[in-house]
Design a binder for this molecule. Structure first.
Ligand code: FE2
Length: 376
């Protein structure tokens, strides 16, 4: 067995105390939600579906709800400076505040996790409008990030009570984004195992794979990463921490600019990564550049794939293989000025892993960008 890949021994079957239907939504606190919403619509092809703000009677903030496939992103800005949303944005820059999980029973989710040690953020609350009712609760995770539990089985509205159905004012062309594949957290040095334990003990997740700095290191920077997954595998959270390198780890750069632990990237699944990435590139979305030499050796490493190799190389898409199949993936550059949050586009062809074979090629590429910013 690969000594770097530790599968946890099968434990006794226990009932999942936190059944999850998937990711409900991801909410970003941003400096200018109106302009961010335009970027998500025009560049990434998300449809504006709901809105809350002064025009709908919400005085302290504006929130835009964007949807493509099963992915729902909320962009929120404070209307006044003395607001926790404004304080969050000043400290962290634009970033993820809420990883919301879709559950059948928000009250039970809150009780099961808080009794195991989760720090409560919002006690279960039922909110209603003419479309029905939603139960919401929330707990703290790494940094200032929170998990909301959203129970919406008795709700038919556009998003949540308090929001109104809204339409894009610009033409929106989807690019084939389907669902959230995984959301990655960067935590401070020495905290990875603590947060893995949190997801295991408090949320009932299982450790999937571990990478250590022998897997993921370059001459200059390194990281350690562990992946936790919920019972049905719908929700996967890799957790990274910086590792010792000759120069500054990219995880440390993130933490310096985010001012603490936070969400590093969200991976979005597509069924046709060639079409998705070609379209995103044509709309000006920037991706990390992988050196041409990557393609000199990649086909020996991954073998036969269905997709056109020339197109893969031309679009600078990464390829990796594990025991179960292969995957195609690509990472955007940070989507705000701070070198913090970015997106991954992923297409799985059997593979259930996260692109370990690409990590080294990828990090060398990230470091070239880091060097350009003077942060290496
Ligand atoms: Fe990823």
């Amino acid at each position: 067995m690969d000594t770097l890949t530790a599968n946890k021994p099968a434990s006794q079957p226990t009932q999942d105390f936190l059944p999850l239907n998937g990711t409900d939504h991801v909410e970003f606190y941003v400096g200018n939600a109106k302009q961010s919403a335009y970027y998500y619509q025009s560049a990434w092809g998300y449809e504006l579906v709901a809105y809350a703000g002064p025009e709908t009677g919400v005085r302290d903030r504006a929130s835009y709800v964007l949807q493509q496939g099963k992915i729902r992103i909320v962009l929120t800005t404070a209307m006044q400076p003395d607001h926790e949303i404004a304080a969050h944005q000043i400290k962290h820059g634009d970033g993820v505040k809420v990883l919301a999980l879709w559950v059948d029973d928000a009250k039970k989710s809150f009780e099961e996790t808080t009794k195991r040690g989760a720090k409560p953020v919002l006690k279960p609350e039922t909110i209603t409008d003419e479309h029905g009712e939603v139960v919401i609760a929330a707990i703290q995770t790494y940094g200032e990030t929170i998990h909301k539990f959203i129970e919406r089985k008795n709700y038919k509205g556009a998003f949540l009570p308090g929001y109104q159905a809204w339409k894009s004012s610009v033409p929106v062309k989807p690019v084939g984004l389907k669902h959230v594949d995984h959301c990655v957290g960067n935590v401070e040095l020495g905290q990875m195992n603590e947060w893995v334990k949190f997801y295991e003990d408090v949320m009932g997740f299982k450790l999937l794979l571990t990478f250590d700095d022998k897997d993921i290191s370059t001459e200059y920077s390194a990281l350690m990463s562990k992946v936790v997954s919920n019972g049905n595998g719908y929700v996967k959270f890799p957790i990274n921490e910086p590792a010792e390198g000759r120069r500054k780890s990219q995880i440390e750069e993130y933490i310096d600019f985010y001012h603490g632990s936070g969400v590093q990237h969200m991976a979005i699944a597509t069924d046709d990564i060639i079409a998705t990435v070609a379209e995103l590139r044509s709309r000006g979305v920037e991706f990390l550049k992988v050196p041409d030499v990557y393609y000199d050796e990649v086909w020996d490493r991954v073998g036969v794939i269905k997709e056109d190799r020339d197109k893969i190389k031309h679009l600078n898409i990464l390829v990796d293989r594990d025991d179960e199949g292969y995957l195609l993936q690509l990472f955007s550059k940070p989507i705000q000025d701070r070198p913090t949050f970015f997106f991954e586009i992923i297409q799985r062809a059997g593979a259930k892993s996260f692109g370990k074979g690409n990590f080294k090629a990828l990090f060398e590429s990230i470091e070239r960008e880091q060097e350009l910013r003077g942060n290496l």
